[in-house]
Unconditional design. Structure first.
Length: 238
């Protein structure tokens, strides 16, 4: 079974995903060019997790305008914040090179940490190794994860869900430093946890200028499962 990111609301257990074809990207690039775009910055989920970027690159070679294809090396708002940075820069009349540079700067300074209730979703989808998934099942250990070179990697092992969530908060504070930041709390079917975390964060991050609570869609939910909770932190000027 495949899912549509915008409409899937059912059981994720047996759902699967597939990457868009180069033809879909080619049609999108052509439509943007026809609407007046003189260049395109195309930012995508980590190549270590999806072949989406390969389709984008294939289409970019024959696009009617220059296309800069960027591997975000991340997911969710780890991808979203660089997209927003690129859009803000483009709105100010920047060149293609300047918009590309803005996206890449944001990528370098954006950090994501996340917790999953059940690592089996990541194991089944091939997004994390069997050995790492066993860490979560042994003794009911709750793993905290992050990205290393575009791959999902074990960061820490925590004994309980409550401690894992508290540690997520600590990691966000450390990543934020003392400057102004934007923060996204992401979750899947964990609204109460996410909202409670978002309520606590401003007390520890007085320089936060924007705080969002976002429920991820089915495309990501298939891989992380219900109970997913993530934090993404990016500098305000990124």
């Amino acid at each position: 079974m495949t899912s549509d990111e915008r409409s899937f609301t059912g059981d994720l257990t047996n759902a699967t995903t597939s990457r868009p074809s180069p033809a879909r990207f080619a049609a999108c690039y052509a439509e943007l060019a026809a609407a007046g775009a003189t260049g395109i910055v195309s930012i995508h989920v980590s190549a270590e997790l999806s072949g989406t970027i390969d389709s984008a690159r294939a289409a970019a070679r024959d696009a009617p305008v220059p296309v800069e294809v960027i591997d975000s090396r991340s997911i969710a708002m780890g991808l979203g914040y660089p997209v927003l940075a690129a859009a803000r820069t483009a709105e100010n009349g920047a060149t293609l090179d300047e918009v590309t540079a803005a996206a890449r700067r944001c990528l370098r300074t954006t950090r994501s940490f996340f917790y999953v209730d059940d690592l089996d979703y990541l194991r089944r989808s091939g997004r994390i190794g069997t050995a790492a998934s066993l860490v979560g099942s042994a003794l009911m250990i709750k793993p905290l994860l992050h990205f290393v070179d575009g791959r999902i990697s074990l960061l820490e092992k925590v004994r309980t869900a409550s401690r894992a969530i508290a540690r997520l908060e600590d990691l966000a504070v450390q990543a934020a430093g003392t400057g102004p930041v934007r923060v996204a709390v992401q979750h899947l079917n964990a609204t109460e946890r996410a909202e409670a975390l978002a309520e606590r964060l401003p007390k520890r991050l007085p320089a936060v200028v924007d705080l969002q609570v976002v429920e991820v869609g089915a495309e990501l939910g298939i891989h992380v499962g219900p109970g997913f909770l993530g934090l993404t932190v990016t500098p305000e000027d990124a």
